[in-house]
Design a protein around this ligand. Structure first.
Ligand SMILES: *[C@@H]1O[C@H](CO)[C@@H](O)[C@H](O)[C@H]1NC(C)=O
Ligand SMILES: *[C@@H]1O[C@H](CO)[C@@H](O)[C@H](O)[C@H]1NC(C)=O
Ligand SMILES: *[C@@H]1O[C@H](CO)[C@@H](O)[C@H](O)[C@H]1NC(C)=O
Ligand SMILES: *[C@@H]1O[C@H](CO)[C@@H](O)[C@H](O)[C@H]1NC(C)=O
Ligand SMILES: *[C@@H]1O[C@H](CO)[C@@H](O)[C@H](O)[C@H]1NC(C)=O
Ligand SMILES: *[C@@H]1O[C@H](CO)[C@@H](O)[C@H](O)[C@H]1NC(C)=O
Ligand SMILES: *[C@@H]1O[C@H](CO)[C@@H](O)[C@H](O)[C@H]1NC(C)=O
Ligand SMILES: *[C@@H]1O[C@H](CO)[C@@H](O)[C@H](O)[C@H]1NC(C)=O
Length: 442
């Protein structure tokens, strides 16, 4: 006979479904998360990770953290928005008498950016508000790095000058500093269109005259997109969907989700097409801003160089905000990508270079310096998951010994000469060292 206590315990187990539901998940559902197929255009999603706990390893303490972050969820740019609006008008103007199939929703569809003043900007409302996201991330980092904050000192936050980047930095700062924001946080805007800044910028590729992001010419996915167009035309006749429309729908899905929290296009387009959509973007970015282009590590090498310098100094917290492609340059320069090429015959399913994993909206890379029993190590945390440095993970918590990390990230090629900078242009980042506290009026 069960004792009363045993009966209660069993009752609790049954109520929680634990008899049928094991303690360890046997379902690999993460692979189906559509955010992993939105090419970095859609809402933030954590890196899939490698199972390394985020907690600081035993006998270690965090001594320094350097954050490099992309702006948060945003509206489409003007040019992309125009593409979406053209697709929208095409669908609405189609001679369709019987709305059915995956595109039946078009009957009630309304364009998701009615006010075109919102193009380029951060999203401010709803589930995937970019500003809320930045604020929350600020509160999270404050908790993680509270012991590194000296409340009697002003801390700078560096932001490339585009509105959405600066707004992300401000909201991150409001989350991180809370009520002390006005007095403790100094936003340092780094002009991204002033090429005379040379290397002294958070957008080094734009100041590098020899950096050309349209050298690589290829096409991937045409057949898959045509197959998808045929499928939609069969199930939802009358719209005359083309292969090009499929890519536009994939991106539409991502941006409408940023703005409204969901999009019917995400359900209309098949997963087969989304896989090709993601891969097409990966190949492009790999050869434009990743390891597939030899100038990527040169542009990113400027940040890597600054990272190396800061790691050897006493400063505790460094926050920088910029764009996805600059973050890709930086990730490349730090040696965090292992792929050396991506083919265009078939989808390379086994690659690690996936833009949705690396640079979704709100993407962030943190370089943490650890002091473990008086020895220094470095861990990199990519999109909130420990991302061990390839070839260097022998330390506590799979960290990399500081000296080894410095060897890995020290750029071999000099930015100033590879970019053919004018003699008077700055040849490295200076703003981390020569910033002056300035405060913004509210
Ligand atoms: C629209 O489609 C219907 C049915 O296919 C056809 O009868 C009609 O002529 C079309 N109208 C136009 C303007 O093309
Ligand atoms: C905090 O900053 C103040 C002002 O610069 C300085 O005097 C103090 O030593 C700092 N405290 C710590 C713990 O570093
Ligand atoms: C940024 O630099 C550009 C080009 O030099 C200049 O026109 C613009 O006024 C600068 N912006 C600010 C806010 O200083
Ligand atoms: C970049 O490369 C493309 C393709 O080779 C070429 O057409 C273009 O002129 C180049 N741009 C610059 C600024 O060199
Ligand atoms: C379908 O679209 C293609 C490409 O835009 C165009 O050439 C063709 O005339 C269209 N067909 C119909 C039936 O509207
Ligand atoms: C990059 O590759 C091109 C073409 O192979 C070469 O001409 C150039 O010198 C290389 N640049 C660097 C910085 O390695
Ligand atoms: C990195 O810094 C060193 C020394 O400060 C400098 O000589 C080198 O040119 C820098 N490289 C880049 C890519 O900025
Ligand atoms: C590491 O931490 C210990 C204990 O807090 C301290 O004594 C030591 O100076 C630190 N070492 C380094 C390299 O910062």
């Amino acid at each position: 006979m069960f004792s009363f206590a045993t009966t209660l315990t069993l009752g609790a187990i049954v109520a929680n479904g634990l008899i049928l539901h094991p303690g360890y998940d046997q379902v690999a559902s993460d692979q189906y998360n559509l955010l992993k197929f939105m090419t970095g255009a859609g809402p933030f999603v954590e890196h899939s990770g490698f199972g390394v706990p985020l907690e600081t390893p035993p006998h270690c303490e965090i001594e320094q953290a350097q954050l490099f972050m992309r702006h948060g969820e945003r509206y489409p740019t003007e040019s992309t928005g125009e593409k979406f609006n053209n697709l929208y008008k095409k669908l609405k103007n189609a001679n369709v008498t019987n709305y059915k199939g995956p595109l039946a929703f078009v009957e009630d569809l309304e364009y998701f950016v009615p006010d075109t003043n919102n193009y380029e900007l951060e999203t401010t409302k709803g589930m995937y508000s970019g500003l809320l996201h930045a604020f929350k991330f600020g509160t999270y980092l404050r908790e993680r790095y509270d012991s590194l904050v000296n409340t009697s000192e002003v801390l700078p936050i560096f932001a490339a000058s585009q509105d959405r980047v600066v707004e992300t930095a401000r909201f991150f700062g409001r989350g991180f500093f809370g009520l002390d924001y006005d007095d403790s946080c100094s936003i340092q805007v780094i002009n991204e269109t002033d090429t005379s800044r040379g290397a002294n910028t958070l957008t080094t590729k734009s100041n590098c005259p020899t950096f050309n992001d349209s050298l690589y010419d290829y096409s991937f996915g045409d057949e898959i997109f045509q197959r998808e167009a045929d499928r939609l035309n069969e199930l939802s006749p009358g719209f005359n969907i083309t292969a090009d429309d499929i890519s536009t729908m994939g991106a539409y899905c991502a941006y409408e989700t940023n703005v409204k929290g969901q999009s019917n296009f995400c359900d209309a387009v098949s997963r087969e097409a989304f896989i090709a959509f993601q891969y097409d973007n990966d190949v492009t970015k790999f050869y434009q801003f990743g390891p597939g282009y030899n100038m990527s590590a040169v542009a990113g090498g400027v940040y890597a160089n600054a990272t190396a310098k800061l790691l050897q100094e006493d400063g505790k917290l460094w926050f920088s905000f910029s764009h996805d492609n600059d973050l890709l340059n930086y990730i490349t320069a730090l040696g965090l990508i292992t792929d050396t090429e991506l083919g265009t015959e078939d989808v390379d399913f086994h690659r690690s270079f996936k833009t949705s994993e690396l640079v979704p909206q709100g993407a962030r890379l943190i370089v943490e310096k650890l002091n473990c029993s008086d020895t220094s190590f470095v861990r990199t945390i990519l999109n909130d998951k420990v991302y061990p440095v390839p070839g260097c993970s022998s330390g506590p918590g799979y960290s990399c010994p500081l000296e080894d990390f410095l060897d890995i990230i020290t750029p071999e090629i000099d930015y100033a000469s590879a970019c053919e900078l004018p003699d008077d242009a700055p040849k490295e980042i200076k703003f981390y060292w020569d910033w002056k506290p300035t405060f913004e009026a509210n």
